[in-house]
Design a protein around this ligand. Structure first.
Ligand SMILES: Nc1ncnc2c1ncn2[C@@H]1O[C@H](COP(=O)(O)OP(=O)(O)OP(=O)(O)O)[C@@H](O)[C@H]1O
Length: 591
């Protein structure tokens, strides 16, 4: 590579036109970063997968075993010949559960379990401290074991029993605290025993599929998320949790070819994970998809989904239904839920809905060490390079605010010999899926990303998040910051977030300083002036349930009832989520 610097520059996306820097490359090799892999966008987009759906992935991480598109990934296919207990499938089990890139619970898991939980409901709910006590289907219990989940996280402890009450739920818990499994485990488990009665008939289930067998997709569970990557990630978790059941998960998202996603739907679909655009498109084709059987509609990243950007889509997806009918349960989840978003969310939920909050809505996790550096705009590039070389190579996401900025920075890092790749919404879906796969497998351990990747992504061993550009208040502000840094330190692991700050970022300074104080992080000198006078009495926009003017004050502004506060205050020993009669000894399981 170093013999021919210009040739190397040719295989990048050519936006930056940055010359290869031999001196920098030498430093990078000395710092033991892996070699970058060539990424020829033109050849890549005409890769072997054009041969058809079964062609292998192209690109730097070409892997003959990878599915051509995430939507085609193999899943358990139930057969009519199976009795009540479907057999295991060892090869599939290895693929689903023994993936070396699957996240493991970290040493600091107990920090997750120590969070204060606020639970508000008219119905009394006893949180579960063990999956075994949650009334789950035996196959689901086995799947949970295969996933390696030993004890429920706080959000799971409350959502599991709540789902069994068939009441709408709003669940708020920090990034990386297991919200996905919190809604998938109980809904799938509940339907496992009833799938035969409830699911749409399927032609010749378990036999090789032929077009004459096509059925209309009539899912029982619908999960709506804002980004394609999140949709495919939740689909992967659904493939694990539906293992050995009749329930067949499918995913529908923009960018990937519709035909292949439609073919999967035609084989039968009981759990559908979708992004709004593709979902609306499929909903309009009545012969392809009907939502008439849906029992659970789940909106993930709900504060984003109820934002004005999605209002029309959401109205159609939620059917304008105020959910008076007991049969259909709505749930919304997020790590952040600003007041305005909660007011909109409430309109979609029944007035009795359950509200579960783990910690403060919109807070970040103390497992992330946050550092803020003052860096002039013009010096950011070099500062980033020095920062990357100042510590051992580690899987890192660098967030920028624009697509052009992402292309530019990716070129810059690549031409300095760093193994980078990038992702943003102007990339083809093929590029997006393969960039993420390259990052996930460690072949390109540096990912430059725009906000499209801020939410939900769950990737093992992401040790460092760098906010090269701070999110401005016009683009999500402090909430986006929280989601971005939440790509590290997930499920009890630790991680680091470094943010470049300068005078252009003053709009976020107030909220940033409060967050740093709340999470016991160092406030740098240049932000001292933003410290509130009374640090003990920090007030956040979204840590109260008061909805403002016109609401009864002093009560529970979400609904009409007194909140049941089952909270464990941060730092106190976990005591079965505050339930008086929690089984003795369970708290050991948390630590
Ligand atoms: N009970 C559990 N024990 C151990 N690991 C778990 C448990 N529940 C979930 N996980 C794992 O924790 C990781 C984070 O979960 P998940 O992606 O659902 O987080 P999240 O709360 O939705 O985060 P975000 O707000 O960023 O979307 C996943 O890898 C998941 O497999």
């Amino acid at each position: 590579m170093s013999e021919n610097g210009e040739a190397l520059a040719d295989v990048t996306n050519k936006v930056a036109n940055i010359k290869v820097n031999e001196e920098a490359i030498k430093r990078v090799r000395e710092a033991q970063w892996a070699e970058p892999q060539k990424f020829d966008y033109d050849a890549y987009n005409a890769g072997p997968r054009d041969a058809g759906p079964s062609g292998p992935a192209a690109g730097p991480d070409a892997d003959a075993n990878a599915p051509s598109w995430a939507a085609n990934a193999i899943r358990y296919e139930w057969s009519e010949e199976y009795g009540d207990v479907a057999p295991r499938h060892q090869a599939l089990e290895n693929m689903l559960f023994h993936d070396e890139n699957k996240m493991d619970m970290g040493d600091k898991f107990k920090h997750i379990t120590e969070m204060k939980v606020t639970f508000e409901s008219e119905t009394k709910i006893k949180p579960v401290t063990r999956f075994e006590d949650a009334g789950l289907h035996p196959v689901m219990l086995e799947n949970i074991k295969l996933c390696g989940y030993k004890v429920p996280t706080p959000i799971q402890a409350y959502v599991l029993p709540s789902v069994f009450k068939d009441i709408d739920i709003i669940g708020i818990a920090q990034t990386g605290s297991g919200k996905t499994a919190a809604f998938l485990i109980p809904t799938i488990s509940k339907l496992m025993g009833k799938a035969k009665q409830l699911a749409a008939p399927r032609a010749r289930a378990g036999q090789p599929y032929s077009p004459e067998d096509a059925v209309r997709a009539e899912p029982l569970i619908l999960i709506v998320v804002p980004t394609r990557e999140l949709a495919t990630q939740i689909f992967d978790e659904a493939r694990r949790l539906c293992y050995r059941s009749m329930l067949r998960p499918c995913v529908a998202y923009g960018g990937g070819p519709s035909r292949e996603q439609m073919d999967e739907l035609r084989k039968g679909c009981d759990v559908l994970i979708a992004t709004p655009g593709r979902l609306m498109d499929f909903m309009q084709r009545g012969h392809l998809l009907s939502l008439s059987r849906v029992k659970y509609t789940i909106i993930d990243e709900a504060d984003e989904m109820v934002s004005p950007d999605w209002v029309d889509d959401m109205k159609q997806i939620m059917g304008g239904d105020s959910n008076d009918d007991d049969d259909h349960v709505y749930m919304m989840f997020s790590a952040t839920f600003p007041k305005e978003a909660r007011a909109v969310a409430k309109e979609y939920m029944s007035s009795q809905h359950i509200r579960i909050r783990v910690g403060r809505a919109g807070s970040s996790h103390i497992n992330v060490t946050q550092k803020i550096l003052f860096v002039d705009e013009a010096k950011k590039r070099d500062c980033l390079f020095d920062l990357l070389l100042s510590m051992p190579p580690a899987r890192t996401i660098v967030f920028v605010n624009t697509k052009k900025g992402a292309d530019f920075l990716d070129d810059f890092l690549y031409n300095r010999g760093l193994p980078s790749t990038s992702i943003h919404s102007d990339r083809t879906q093929r590029e997006r899926e393969d960039a993420l796969r390259a990052f996930r497998t460690g072949k390109a351990p540096l990912l430059v990303a725009t906000g499209v990747s801020a939410r939900g992504l769950d990737i093992k061993n992401v040790m460092h998040i760098i906010n090269y550009d701070m999110p401005s208040n016009d683009h999500g502000g402090i909430h986006e910051y929280v989601h971005r840094i939440g790509r590290t330190a997930r499920i009890g692991n630790v991680g680091m977030a470094t943010s470049f700050y300068n005078d252009r970022n003053e709009d976020i300074a107030d909220a940033l300083v409060k967050l740093l104080l709340e999470t016991r992080q160092e406030v740098p000198d240049f932000l001292e002036g933003y410290k509130p006078e009374n640090v003990e009495d920090l007030q956040f926009d979204d840590d109260t349930d008061e909805e403002g003017e016109g609401e009864a004050s002093g009560g529970d502004a979400w609904g009409a009832t007194e909140p049941q506060n089952n909270g464990n205050t941060n730092g106190e020993a976990a005591s079965g989520w505050g339930a008086d009669d929690a089984a003795a000894g369970d708290k050991d399981a948390w630590n």
